[in-house]
Design a protein around this ligand. Structure first.
Ligand code: RB5
Length: 137
């Protein structure tokens, strides 16, 4: 789990939700509202996903900067989702391993519904695995 100053409150809410859902959450910060640079948090979470077999959640003001940065890492498939359908579909079809959200875009209720959908949905495999292999090159 990572965020910047724009998404601190939403991050706290998401951490609590993921713990309620039985996950062990590693909160890589940021931990206060001082202005920080979102790429460093995206890179830290991406490395955990690549080398730790974890899934990640990244939140910033829009979710866009976090997703751009996280997707620079080979093997990371970060999906920016602001609706439940996309969160479910990106797990089923893209085997997304990082969820990105914009705290200035979605309210708390929708954000948690997106987190729940992302967490609860399994990758479908089959033809979708072939397409993921093509992404990796
Ligand atoms: C911070 O002001 C903002 O730029 C950041 O949270 C994010 O939206 C970047 O993509």
């Amino acid at each position: 789990m990572g965020c910047d100053h724009a998404a601190l409150e939403l991050k706290r809410v998401i951490v609590a939700r993921l713990e309620e859902r039985g996950h062990e959450v590693v909160d890589l910060g940021t931990h206060d509202t001082s202005s920080v640079d979102y790429p460093s948090f995206a890179h830290q979470v991406a490395r955990r996903v690549m080398f730790g077999g974890a899934r990640g959640v990244l939140v910033c003001g829009t979710g866009i900067g976090m997703s751009i940065a996280a997707n620079r890492h080979r093997g990371v498939r970060a999906a920016l989702c602001h609706d439940v359908f996309s969160a479910k579909a990106t797990r089923e079809h893209n085997d997304a391993n990082v969820l990105c959200l914009g705290a200035r875009v979605v309210g708390r209720g929708l954000a948690l519904a997106i987190v729940d959908a992302f967490d609860a949905t399994e990758f479908e495999g089959g033809r979708h695995q072939r397409r993921i292999d093509l992404i990796e090159g």
